[in-house]
Design a protein around this ligand. Structure first.
Ligand SMILES: O=C(O)/C=C\C(=O)CC(=O)CC(=O)O
Length: 219
């Protein structure tokens, strides 16, 4: 994989997952900023939609040794692909059950939480339904984090699944940032907070943080 380009937005949690995985695997990439709110949402522009018909972030583009260009969207598909292409350092355990557990915890965020509070959803709740989109988003974060705190008890070591970083941690850290943005009290999730702190000691997690990205906006 050469000439990697990641279409990303600094605080898009799905972009953040891909950034962690790329840094973890030691794959340098060019950062292509797509602003989710400016210009009515740059993700809706035809050039980006041609890359990603869902008009969502992230999208990864690269070139193979034989010159073929490739593109992939959906952060979990990107994580799975990078894990296959660059197995070491790993982001999945070797034991099949624990691998499934890491994917299960990741899916609890990927399918069970984030889509319910995605910007495309919260904007419709606010503008079409005239409802409190922050309360809506906070509700689904509380439901998901309560479930995750319970679920990780079986496998947690230093990280979500034992003492090695996995997809579960890659999904957890950006989601906690989102939960804070929606005003969720995180005190009921001590295990998740402890894992987040452990992850944030790692250079790949540090490099992927929103405020370290070229399109970050001052608070
Ligand atoms: O407010 C903005 O700056 C625009 C959009 C986002 O950050 C995207 C999200 O926070 C959704 C998410 O990835 O969970």
């Amino acid at each position: 994989m050469k000439n990697l380009k990641l279409h990303s937005y600094w605080r898009s949690s799905a972009s953040w997952r891909a950034r962690i995985a790329l840094h973890w695997k030691g794959l340098p990439f060019e950062y292509r900023a797509v602003h989710l709110l400016q210009d009515g949402g740059q993700q809706f522009q035809p050039a980006y939609r041609a890359l990603n018909p869902m008009a969502r972030l992230p999208t990864l583009e690269w070139t193979e040794a034989d010159g073929q260009t490739r593109k992939l969207s959906e952060s979990l598909a990107i994580l799975e692909y990078l894990e296959e292409r660059v197995p070491s350092p790993a982001l999945l355990p070797t034991d099949a059950y624990l691998r499934a557990k890491a994917r299960m915890l990741a899916e609890m965020v990927n399918s069970g939480m984030q889509p319910l509070q995605n910007t495309s959803v919260t904007l419709r709740i606010k503008n079409e339904l005239k409802a409190d989109e922050k309360a809506w988003a906070a509700h689904w974060n509380v439901h998901g984090l309560t479930s995750l705190e319970a679920a990780v008890q079986e496998t947690a070591g230093r990280y979500c699944v034992g003492d090695a970083v996995s997809f579960a941690d890659v999904l957890l850290v950006p989601q906690l940032y989102g939960a804070r943005r929606f005003g969720v009290d995180l005190k009921p999730y001590p295990t998740l907070l402890r894992i987040e702190a452990a992850c944030n000691e790692l250079p790949a997690f540090q490099a992927a943080q929103p405020d370290r990205q070229p399109d970050a906006q001052p608070a």
